[in-house]
Design a protein around this ligand. Sequence first.
Ligand code: ADP
Length: 614
Amino acid sequence: MRKFKTESQKVLDMMINSIYTHKEIFLRELLSNCSDAIDKLYYKSLTDGVSGMSREDFSIRIEIDKEHRALKVSDNGIGMTAEELENNLGVIAHSGSLEFKKETDGKAEDLNIIGQFGVGFYSAFMVAKKVEVLTKAYGAGSANLWVSNGTEGYEIKPAEKEENGTEITLYLKDDGEENYSRYLEEYEIKDLVRKYSNYIRYPIKMEVTSFGEGEEKKTEVETLNTMVPLWRKNKKDITKEEYDKFYADVFYDQEEPLLTIHTSAEGAVEYKALLFIPAHPRYDFYSKNFEKGLRLYTNGVLITDKCKDLLPDHFAFVQGLVDSELTLNVSRETVQHDRQLQRIAQSLEKKIKSELINLQKEDREKYIKFFEAFGLQIKYGIYDNWGAKKDLLSDLVMYRSVKEDKLVTLEEYVDAMAEGQKYVYYATGSSFDAIKTLPQTEKVLDAGYDVLAMTDNVDEFAVKFLDKYKEKEFRSVSGEDTGIEEDETVPEEDKEVIDFIKESLGDKVAKVKLSQKLKSHPVCLTSEGEITIEMEKVLNGMPNVPKDGVKATKVLEINAQHKIFEKAKKLYVEDKEKLRTLSTVLLNQAMLIEGLPIDSPTKYAEAVCSLLAD
Ligand code: ADP
C-alpha cells in the first residue's frame, strides 16, 4: 500500500466527506478526462505519423453494473504507464488542484469554494467507496491496475488489458442521506451526460434497455451525446426552427425569442456565443430571486449554468451561452475576476447593444415589444452606478411623445426638434393622460416643442443621470427655467395682489408668480431646485422617509389671462379675507392637478362651497 502525498490526502478527505451538493459532477470530470486522453492519442498519431488512426475510431463507454453497484467509464485513449499512474493519481500535480488546495488549506469546512471548476479525478470519491483504474498506455506491452478506497492510500499492480486506454470503475457508496444508487439508473446517466457533457467531441456510448412490442426487453448501444453543438455549426446551416427549438428546450420558454444572436469573436478574446432575447420577462424577472447569467462551456464541457459575470445587470434578461477555450482556475473567486471572462463580457455587451439598435431600426414593432418587456431594466441601467452606462444605454431608451402619441427614441426626438428649440423637454407623472393635460406641458407644446412623457418612477432619476443627449440638455416642463420666453414684466398693481396671495399661503409655497403662458388652466404648480414634485412623490412613497417627508420647493403659477385672476384683483380691493380663501383653493387645485395630496380635503371643500355660495 502506498500512501497519498499529504496535499492529495487533504483534497481527498474533503471529497469523501463532501457536503458539496453537486456530487453528480464527478461524471463530467471523468468524461472530460477520457476526452483529453483521446485527444492526446489522436494528436500523437498526427505528430508521430502513426497511420491508420482516425477520429471515428475513438469512443467513450459507460457501463452500469447493478449487481456490484459499479459504474464503469472507459476510453480507448492514450492510457497510462505504471509510472504515470503513480504521478497522476497518487499526487495532485496539476495547477488547478494545487490552487484549490491552497485556498482550502486548513479549513475543510469551507467547501463552498469548490466552484464548478475542474475538481478532477478525485471527485469520484464523492460517490464511490472504492475506485479502480485499469489502464494500458498506448504502445505499452502491459497494463496496470490502480486501486484505492481514498482513505488509506492506493495500490498499483500489473494487470491484463487488451486495448490501450483507461477503464475506471466506481464502486458506489451505500445509500444513506444521499441516494447513490441513482447513478446506476440509465435515465440518470443519460440526463447527466446531456446536461454536462453533451458536446464532448467523441461519442459517449452506453448500452440501453428498451421495451419492444409486448414485454420483450431489448438492449442496444446508444450514443448519449450530441457532439456537435448547434452554436459551433455554421450560421447559414441553421434554420430559425432549429434555433427556436434549442431555445425552447434549453431555456424552458415556449414563446419564441424576440431576437437570436449567434456570434463569434476571434483575436484578443475568442468565443462563440448564442444569445436570446426572450419575448417576455420571466415570472420572477423583476424580483430579488432572479439570477442573471449565461451558460459557460469550455471545450464542449458545461462549466456553469449561470455565469453572472458574463452579463451586465442592464442586460440581465438575455439568455444564452458562451463557449470559450478558457484557461480555468479551480476556485469560483478566481473565476469571477478572471480577465478573460471580463473581456468576453465587454465584447458581448457591445454586441447585444448593436443588435438591439438594429432591431430598433429594422423592426420597430418588435423593438417596442422588447422595450415594453425590458425597458425598465434599461432605465435602471442608466441610473445605476451614477450613470456609468448612460452613453451605452441612452440610444436604447424610448419615451412616449406627447405630440405624436407614440414611443420615440431620444435620437428621433432630437432630430425632430423645432427651430430654436434648445432643450429636450420632459414631463413626469403617473399616466400619459395626466402628463398630457398638465398646464406646464400645454405651455411647452404651445411654444411648438414636443414633450416626452415619463411615467415610471425611475424616469425622473434616470433623466438626471442622462443630463444631456447629443449635447441637448433635458429640461422638465415643471422646472423653474424651461427656456421659453415669458413676459416677466408684471404691472405694479398685479404684483401687490400676487404678494398678498403669497403671504396668505405662508411657507406652503416658496413663490407665487404670474404666468402668461398658461392657456386654459387657472393655476399650476412648478418646482425650483434639485427636488422636483415628481421626486417628492416617489421618495415619500419609499420606506424610511424622514418624518416630515421630502419636500420640493414649490412655485404656484397663476394664469394672468384667466378670469379668476380678475376676480382675485377685485377681491384684493373689496374683500381681502375672501381672497385668502380663494388663495388656498387655488393652491389646493394646483396640488390636485399634480397628483399631490392636499392638507385637508374637508377645509378645501368648505372653502370651495363658501366661494360658490356667494
Ligand atoms: P486534470 O484532468 O485536471 O489534470 P485529474 O485529477 O482529473 O486532473 O487527472 C489527473 C491526471 O490523471 C490527468 O492530468 C491525466 O494525466 C491523468 N488521467 C486521468 N484520467 C485519465 C484517463 N482516462 N486516461 C489517461 N489519463 C488520465
